[in-house]
Design a protein around this ligand. Structure first.
Ligand code: SF4
Ligand code: SF4
Length: 236
């Protein structure tokens, strides 16, 4: 029949025309990746015991590492670990061979670089230091683990200031509050209000410690509202 092929072709076009699109607008739209998708190979230096199983398992010599002897021990420590991703075929053999789950794949699949040497990933762990693990045993831990936790220190300092501010406000704190309102009279109104209302007192103390500018605005709003309430009470 004449036109049979044409009709068949139109039928196929129509069928695909009403189908849900199978492509996405990359890079604006991101693809859905399965949980076990193998993107970039990553290395977590903390777990590495420099056993060399990964380098033996890799068929493409992608992996290499350098070690140095640990003083007073037969063990070695990791100095650097290199993954030359340009030769990796994502076969997973190294991940399976590693006894400590140090190597793993992540979902990052955009691995192209402008320069060939940029695709090589070199991990240099922070220096290890020897600490007493108790029972006459020594343990090696990364140097940065011994450094003080600045965030925790800052939070402890903040809590101390907050407690001191709450105590000051619960006792009146008119002098402190005078910095956040326009007149001494306003400071007295605010001090009385905060002494009577614990919730407001806590809020004000937190603002004075964390955000002085906002504390000023809130203090003035408290005073204005309190004055309005007082004026309403007097009128009645
Ligand atoms: S995934 Fe395969 S090719 Fe890539 S580093 Fe591991 S063993 Fe080598
Ligand atoms: S197999 Fe794992 S633990 Fe052993 S050297 Fe390789 S990454 Fe480190």
């Amino acid at each position: 029949m004449i036109g049979k092929g044409l009709l068949k072709g139109l039928g196929i076009t129509l069928k695909h025309g009403v189908e849900k699109p199978k492509t996405i607008q990359y890079p604006e739209q991101r693809p859905y990746l399965q949980e076990r998708f193998r993107g970039c190979l990553e290395f977590d230096y903390k777990n590495c015991i420099v056993c060399g199983m990964c380098t033996k398992a890799c068929p493409n010599n992608v992996l290499s590492f350098e070690t140095a002897p640990i003083e007073g021990s037969k063990k070695k420590r990791l100095v650097s670990y290199t993954i030359d991703l340009q030769y990796c075929m994502f076969c997973n053999l190294c991940v399976e061979a590693c006894p400590t789950n140090t190597l793993f794949f992540v979902h990052d699949f955009e691995l192209s670089t402008y320069r060939r040497d940029e695709i090589k990933k070199v991990y240099i762990p922070p220096a290890l230091t020897q600490v007493d693990a108790g029972g006459g045993q020594a343990e090696l831990i990364p140097q940065d683990a011994l450094e003080p936790d600045r965030e925790a220190e800052a939070e402890a300092k903040r809590l101390k200031q907050l407690q001191a501010m709450k105590t000051a406000l619960s006792k009146g704190g008119q002098k402190v509050l005078a910095k956040y309102v326009d007149t001494e009279e306003d400071a007295a109104v605010l001090a009385n209000l905060l002494q009577a209302d614990e919730k407001k007192r806590d809020k004000m103390a937190a603002l004075i410690v964390d955000d002085k500018e906002k504390a000023r605005k809130v203090a003035q709003a408290f005073v204005a509202k309190e004055r309005k309430t007082q004026a309403g009470g007097e009128e009645k």
